[in-house]
Design a protein around this ligand. Structure first.
Ligand SMILES: [Ca+2]
Length: 338
């Protein structure tokens, strides 16, 4: 908090005052560690997968054992997917996915990867990691094969996010670069330990975190504001192999409800009618100051006003002290010249 506070003091004269609010919020809203209380079983897939047949559909090469759901085996030209049969009407949620990508292929000789979906349609096989192109909703790609040989500025595997209103095609040749909202490289393949991905959507903010280094902590991959997604869509996961292959396993998908208050106006909206969209295509870093981000709408509550005033006061005091010291030094120097 003190770091944030100091940072706020520094940026206060230059930036919008809500930077401070953003700081305060970031301190208080770290990604959940999976509060079991808020786990939504109807949207979750957990070992040993008994009785999940009503809530999940399995398609294609998908194989269900008692310890993993294998979307594709380590064989060429396979496609598989799993789809939640229950539409999700939560406004704020967080999905934790435990996955395992492994195979006999040597470096760069494996593919193609896994996609996690929150979409209008379900069970529509296609060309995008085993699912349909021009989808409605959100996709998170765990792309293990570099198709774009010109894009050497990033290393693979690469995780990226895409929001689509049904009009945009995923460009495999460019590894989806033209439509990605953000991403990060992550060494997710052939690891000896458990690997996890978390997707959080709350108040128009999309955050993707990874835990793939056996450190038992989340590392930020994507954080972007201005994202609009409706309720009533379906969660799913799919994977595909081509000339190159891998085992693409999903161990679990756990959906948690986030307890977030919305204004009465927001509550009265029909969230199922929202068109998937993103306000601005910007890098996650730039997007922190995105005026379309959700923090702008946060009303100034009493303690925030107090903090802002305190910041301003401290700023004035610091300026006054620095000014006095400089003035004194100058006086002394002038004295020496006389
Ligand atoms: Ca690729």
């Amino acid at each position: 908090f003190m770091c944030c506070f100091a940072f706020s003091l520094w940026v206060y004269p230059m930036r919008h005052s809500w930077t401070l609010l953003l700081c305060c919020c970031l301190v208080g809203c770290d990604i959940t560690d999976g509060n079991a209380e808020h786990l939504k079983r109807e949207h979750s897939l957990t070992k040993p997968y008994q009785g999940v047949g009503n809530q999940w559909d399995f398609w294609g090469s998908t194989l269900v054992t008692s310890s993993y759901v294998r979307l594709t085996p380590d064989e060429r030209s396979k496609q598989g997917s799993i789809w939640n049969t229950v539409p999700c009407y939560l406004k704020d949620w967080e999905m934790h996915v435990q996955f395992k990508v492994h195979g006999s292929g040597k470096k760069n000789l494996h593919g193609d990867g896994i996609a996690i979906w929150y979409t209008k349609d379900r069970l529509h096989p296609g060309t995008v990691f085993g699912n349909q192109d021009q989808f409605h909703g959100l996709a998170i790609f765990l792309d293990t094969f570099r198709n774009d040989l010109h894009g050497m500025d990033r290393s693979f595997p690469y995780i990226s996010a895409m929001v689509n209103n049904g009009t945009v095609s995923y460009d495999h040749g460019k590894d989806g670069r033209s439509s990605e909202l953000g991403g990060c490289s992550a060494d997710i393949r052939n690891r000896d330990f458990d690997t996890y991905l978390a997707i959080r959507y709350s108040r128009g903010r999309l955050t993707v975190m990874v835990d793939v280094d056996d450190k038992n902590e989340w590392k930020e991959c994507i954080d972007i504001g201005g994202v609009r997604l409706p309720t009533g869509y379906f969660f799913g996961a799919s994977a595909a192999t081509g000339d190159l292959s891998d085992n693409h396993d999903v161990i679990s998908m756990k959906l948690y409800q986030l307890m977030v208050d919305h204004s009465p106006e927001e509550e009265n909206l029909d969230w199922t009618k929202i068109e998937p969209s993103v306000s601005l295509f910007k890098s996650p870093k730039d997007n922190i100051d995105d005026p379309t981000g959700n923090f702008r709408g946060t009303p100034l509550t009493g303690w925030k006003v107090f903090l802002l005033l305190l910041c301003a006061l401290l700023g004035i005091v610091v300026c006054a002290v620095v000014g006095a010291v400089v003035f004194q030094k100058r006086q002394e120097r002038n004295k020496r010249f006389y």
